[in-house]
Write a protein that binds this ligand. Structure first.
Ligand SMILES: *Cc1c(COP(=O)(O)O)cnc(C)c1O
Length: 426
């Protein structure tokens, strides 16, 4: 079972004779045992099994196993949201007095998590532009740097991340590269194949794909050798006194150490679990992921080309367009297509953008993106509303910018909708 479309349908769960064909929803907080001795072995991580859903649940594990196979990883876990996934992925190896290098174009929620909340926890972040020089990138590292972080396709800037270059720099400094692969999905890019070590997802987006459930995932490649830097990654390479002295790299190997530690410590203490019900819904989304991504990319390419041809459109950003800043990186990392999200600007600034949005009938105004239903957002009058025009430009969001998430409806209907709204600006 090697092809990605097949893994989407059949990965992660193999029913035995007479067992349910579809992943069962184990909607139970706890699991029953005959003896305390047996349960003690689970608590000590001496035996694998289930005892409390805050730590592990079979439904979640089936779905995590599918995502793990899709990314080509060694182990994976689900989280309650993409925010929780990125927090865990970084906090699992960086703590107070540590430092992380992150790409400056990352999703605003992640930027805030890093630059405000995790900073309060004593972790420092240096943000580098995705197109910084190798010298600038090297200069961002410090002796206490623990990881590098970026997004395959930045939300919403659409910038494609040069995974290979950032992986090389991370490894030269003895730290792993963490890549948020939410927008590309493993259908269009598998960051591990380019040297990334940890992958995260907001499964809320394409993986779920139907705007039904907030969720996240973390996948480990199992390739980063923590034991080469036992002092830097002491949490993985020395005994965990809170878990009866288990040393994660020794007990679970490079393939299992990172995810086991994140489960045993971070899930235990923070509890950002996905509900089994949501994991089941996520799995339904995963089943059609490959087919949906193909249509998202087809529709978005057509939409980008249409927008480019309209006289009321000032500019379009989509890495599938020749001449786009990310076109070459897109061809390298996303040869089969990128995603359905693009951004564009209309002539006439903020007022024209607001008028255009009001005129749309098929495409809805939502904060959401990367979904079967087409939707759009005008950051200047919603998520970035508190900023004046000058502040917006500094944040890389021009007042006329519209983020358009192209869904899987018929493209003729979507283009007709945008066309009538654009025409009405005259
Ligand atoms: C939405 C998003 C997140 C946050 O995910 P939630 O599921 O909303 O918590 C993180 N990264 C990227 C790239 C996103 O698009």
């Amino acid at each position: 079972m090697s092809k990605i479309e097949t893994i989407c349908i059949q990965g992660g769960y193999v029913p035995g004779n007479g067992e349910p064909r579809q992943i069962p929803i184990i909607q139970s907080t706890t699991f029953k045992y005959d003896t305390s001795e047996e349960m003690a072995k689970l608590f000590d991580l001496e035996k694998s099994g289930y005892f409390y859903t805050r730590l592990q649940n079979p439904t979640n594990d089936y779905v995590a196993a599918k995502i793990c196979q899709l990314e080509g990883g060694s182990a994976a876990m689900l989280t309650s949201s993409g925010q929780a996934a990125n927090f865990y992925a970084v906090f699992n190896i960086a703590s107070c007095n540590d430092h992380v290098v992150a790409c400056s174009t990352i999703y605003g929620g992640t930027f805030n998590l890093f630059s405000v909340t995790m900073k309060k926890m004593g972790i420092d972040f240096t943000f580098v532009r995705p197109d910084c020089t190798d010298e600038e990138l090297a200069a961002a590292f410090r002796p206490n740097t623990k990881a590098v972080f970026g997004e395959t396709i930045a939300n919403p800037a659409g910038v494609v991340f040069d995974i290979e270059r950032f992986a090389r720099a991370a490894h030269a400094h003895g730290v792993p590269l963490i890549v948020d692969n939410t927008f590309a999905t493993p259908i269009n890019c598998r960051p591990f194949e380019w040297g990334a070590d940890i992958v995260t997802h907001s499964t809320t987006k394409y993986m779920d794909g139907h705007g039904a459930g907030v969720g996240g995932a973390i996948v480990d490649s199992g390739k980063f050798d923590w034991t080469k830097y036992p002092d830097k990654f002491a949490g993985l390479c020395t005994p965990d006194e809170s878990y009866h002295g288990v040393t994660y790299t020794q007990r679970f190997g490079l393939g299992g150490a990172f995810i086991t530690k994140a489960t045993a410590q971070l899930m235990r203490d923070f509890g950002a679990i996905q509900s089994p019900q949501n994991a089941y819904i996520l799995n339904l989304g995963l089943e059609s992921l490959a087919v949906r991504m193909e249509r998202h990319c087809y529709n978005a390419q057509k939409m980008a080309e249409f927008l480019q041809s309209h006289s009321n459109v000032a500019w379009v950003r989509y890495c599938g367009l020749k001449g786009d800043k990310s076109y070459e990186l897109g061809r390298k990392y996303l040869p089969n297509g990128s995603c359905g999200v693009l951004s564009f600007g209309v002539n006439g600034g903020r007022a024209a953008a607001e008028k255009l949005m009001k005129g749309l009938k098929v495409i809805a105004i939502e904060t959401h993106v990367a979904d079967a239903r087409s939707c759009c957002l005008h950051p200047a009058s919603s998520t970035h509303r508190q900023m004046n025009d000058e502040e917006l430009l500094n944040a890389g969001v021009s007042p006329e910018l519209i983020r358009l998430s192209v869904g899987i409806e018929n493209i003729d209907d979507l283009i007709a909708d945008v066309k009538q709204a654009l025409d009405s600006l005259n």
